[in-house]
Design a protein around this ligand. Sequence first.
Ligand SMILES: Nc1ncnc2c1ncn2[C@@H]1O[C@H](COP(=O)(O)OP(=O)(O)OP(=O)(O)O)[C@@H](O)[C@H]1O
Ligand SMILES: [Mg+2]
Length: 255
Amino acid sequence: MDASAAHPALELRDVTVAYDALRAVDGVTLAVPTGQRRAIIGPNGAGKTTLFNAISGVVLPTAGRVTFNGHNMTRMPPHRRARLGISRTFQITNLFPSLSVENNMVLALRGGSGRKFSLFGSSTRSAQEEIRLGEALAAARLHAHARTPVRELSYGEQRQLELALAIVVSPQLVLLDEPAAGLSPAERRIVADVIRALPRTLTIVLIEHDMDLALGLADHVTCLHEGRVLIEADPDAIRRDARVQEVYLGRPHHA
Ligand SMILES: Nc1ncnc2c1ncn2[C@@H]1O[C@H](COP(=O)(O)OP(=O)(O)OP(=O)(O)O)[C@@H](O)[C@H]1O
Ligand SMILES: [Mg+2]
């Protein structure tokens, strides 16, 4: 048995993130095996983004432990987690509008999670960079827009670029925070197709409010409610679960 099979890729044990009296994440334990596509669902304020922040290092947990491929990264800064192969997209878009699609990607490649302005260090791209750019552009279905300034992209194409930025760094784990938020049904289908076509070896953790999209992409689902794991199950069981329906009822969803 190799190391990846011996323990899950991502493991959270009793993770709590408290803001004063509020426990945004409250004792969450979960394990995501290598290559799994895990959806994190739950109503607004359930703690989904905070959980991502604790995984990517944007916040440090008040208690608990986060490990990735056996590395305890509970208190690691984000750039070291990026070096371990963790990449993420943000709920709010995070692009440089005056730069072209490919130059945004070069920045992601050279800056790692820090997104430093290393474009100016070297204007020529290595063969390795060209290959990665080409692959990520194709995967995100943006090859026709490589040289287009980001501000000229539609909102849907900007979300596709967010996905391209997350995968161009050749991650092992990618965290997608509402990749289809604010999109039309047609744009959402494109984003879903892009995610579905990602390599099966890549571990994906996806936050998504659109249930059809989340349950259509996921192998396994964790539903959070008030910072805790309400239920963890496969998509069919989640669809039928009365508790899941109950926490979503009467609450505003953002699409
Ligand atoms: N930096 C912060 N300081 C104080 N409270 C915070 C902070 N970040 C999040 N919270 C609170 O923690 C709770 C969980 O927020 P979080 O953003 O993780 O929810 P979410 O599940 O991602 O919600 P949404 O579906 O609206 O994106 C909310 O009550 C939120 O107001
Ligand atoms: Mg959120």
